[in-house]
Ligand binder design. Structure first.
Ligand code: CA
Length: 122
């Protein structure tokens, strides 16, 4: 086996290991939400990790593949936060209070979040 091909295989093994490691946070539960972060889940009861953001971050649009999915969240940051029905902070707004863990956002807010902010409430 050539030196080059051996290195290529080693690189592929590392990449495969990294992919496996990265798959774990997707199953992150409530207790895995890091201090200072706001964490989001696709399903009720903190199941199906969507994403998380550090507290203090300003308004952002949610990626199209995660938009209209948010069903539960945990604000483990020292900031109040908010999510919005539409992009760019438009439409209905829901505050996610600092320290609040919500297992289900309720029928009215479910699967609607399209933008969010981690620096203040509504
Ligand atoms: Ca959902």
């Amino acid at each position: 086996m050539s030196q080059f091909f051996r290195r290529l295989l080693a690189g592929a093994a590392v990449a495969a290991a990294a992919t496996t490691t990265l798959a774990v946070p997707a199953e992150a539960a409530l207790s895995d939400c890091p201090p200072g972060a706001v964490c989001f889940w696709n399903d009720a009861n903190f199941s199906g990790s969507l994403n998380w953001r550090w507290g203090g971050q300003g308004l952002q649009n949610i990626s199209w593949w995660n938009s209209d999915e948010l069903s539960s969240y945990y604000n483990n940051s020292g900031y109040n936060a908010a999510f919005y029905d539409h992009s760019n902070g438009r439409g209905a707004c829901w505050t996610m209070w600092s320290g609040q863990a919500v297992a289900y956002v309720g029928d009215w807010a479910n699967d609607r979040a399209s933008s969010w902010r981690m620096d203040r409430g509504c």
